[in-house]
Design a protein. Structure first.
Length: 305
C-alpha cells in the first residue's frame, strides 16, 4: 500500500468503525426478531463478518490492497490522476431492494478473496422488468447509508441513477469515466448468472461481459481487463469450466446463510415471517419504518401480482 502518513492509523480506525457498526446493527435487530433460529443467524452474520475483518486487516498489513487509489465513480467527481500500477476493483451491481447483510458479506468476501483494492456498489436505476421496486432515489439513499460505513473499502456509485442500464453496461461506463487508469475489474454476481444466455434466450452476464471486455481492451493492451466472480448459491451449480468464454471466471463459496431481499420485503409488507428481517441492517429497517415504506404501496403489489 502507498505509504500515506497516518494511513495505517486511519485504516485501523476504519476497520474498528466497521466492526462497531456491524455489532450495533445486529444488536438492534435482535430486539426485533424474536424467532430463536433466526436470532442465531445474527451470530452467523457476526462471525462471518469478523472473519472477513481479520482477513482484510492482514491484507492491508501485507500491502495487498490500496483502498486509497482514486477512481471516478460518476460524472460529478473529478477525473483521477493516472497511475502506473493496475487498480483492482470489484463491481457489484444490485437492485438493493433493500440492501441486506448478504450483500455486505458478498462484498467483503470478494474484496479479501480476490485481493481487490475496493468494491464499487452500483445500485440499479429504474428497471422496467421490475415495476414493484422502491423508487431508485430511495433505494440509493438507503443503500448508501450502509455502504458509506465501509469506506474506503466499499464505494458507492450513482452512475445508474436516472437510467435503466444493466450492471454490465454500467461497468463499461465506469471504464469510460477513467480512460487514463489501468483497471482490472471483477464483475460480481450470483452463480445463477454464470451463463451466456438467460432462460428466455437473452444475453446474460458472461455474454454481456465479453462485449464490455472487447470494448475496453481496444488499444489498451493489458492495461484494462475484465473478470467475472460468481458467488455460489445453494441449488445453483456454477460450472464455469463448461461455459464457452474467454473471460477469467472465478466462483466463490456460498455465504454461510441465505439472505433474501424477497423474504424481507414479504415480512415488511405483510407483517408475517418477521424472522426474515434478521438479514436487514437495523438502520435500514428503522428508516423503512420511518418513511412507511413497504406499507401497502406499489412495492407491496409484487406479492399479489
Amino acid at each position: 500500500m502507498v505509504d500515506i502518513p497516518g494511513s495505517r492509523r486511519i485504516i485501523d480506525r476504519a476497520i474498528a468503525r466497521m466492526q462497531r457498526f456491524i455489532s450495533t446493527q445486529l444488536q438492534g435487530m435482535a430486539q426485533v426478531v424474536t424467532d430463536q433460529p433466526r436470532r442465531a443467524s445474527l451470530h452467523s452474520i457476526a462471525s462471518c463478518a469478523a472473519d472477513r475483518m481479520l482477513e482484510l486487516d492482514d491484507m492491508v498489513r501485507s500491502g495487498l490492497t490500496n483502498p486509497w487509489r482514486a477512481l471516478r465513480l460518476d460524472r460529478s467527481s473529478p477525473p483521477p490522476e493516472p497511475e502506473r500500477s493496475t487498480l483492482r476493483i470489484g463491481v457489484y451491481a444490485l437492485a438493493a431492494n433493500p440492501l441486506h447483510w448478504g450483500h455486505v458479506l458478498v462484498g467483503l468476501s470478494a474484496l479479501v478473496q480476490m485481493k481487490l483494492d475496493r468494491v464499487v456498489f452500483v445500485i440499479a436505476g429504474e428497471d422496467p422488468r421490475k415495476p414493484f421496486l422502491l423508487p431508485a432515489e430511495i433505494r440509493h439513499r438507503l443503500a448508501r447509508t450502509i455502504i458509506d460505513i465501509f469506506e474506503p473499502f466499499f464505494a458507492y456509485s450513482a452512475i445508474a441513477l436516472g437510467t435503466n442500464r444493466d450492471g454490465e453496461t454500467n461497468m463499461g461506463r465506469l471504464f469510460a469515466l477513467n480512460p487514463e487508469l489501468s483497471i482490472h475489474a471483477y464483475y460480481i454476481a450470483g452463480s445463477d448468472h454464470c451463463r451466456r444466455r438467460s432462460e428466455n434466450g437473452e444475453p446474460d452476464t458472461l455474454e454481456k461481459l465479453e462485449t464490455v471486455a472487447r470494448k475496453v481492451s481496444k488499444g489498451a493492451g493489458r492495461r484494462r481487463s475484465v473478470s467475472a466472480v460468481f458467488i455460489d448459491r445453494p441449488g445453483r451449480d456454477a460450472t464455469p469450466g463448461m461455459v464457452d468464454t474467454f473471460l477469467d471466471v472465478h466462483v466463490l463459496p456460498a455465504m454461510p446463510l441465505i439472505c433474501s431481499s424477497t423474504a424481507a420485503r414479504h415480512a415488511l409488507c405483510t407483517g408475517e415471517s418477521k424472522e426474515a428481517l434478521a438479514f436487514v441492517p437495523y438502520a435500514t429497517f428503522a428508516e423503512i419504518q420511518s418513511l412507511r415504506l413497504f406499507d401497502g404501496g406499489r412495492e407491496c403489489r409484487e406479492r399479489s401480482a
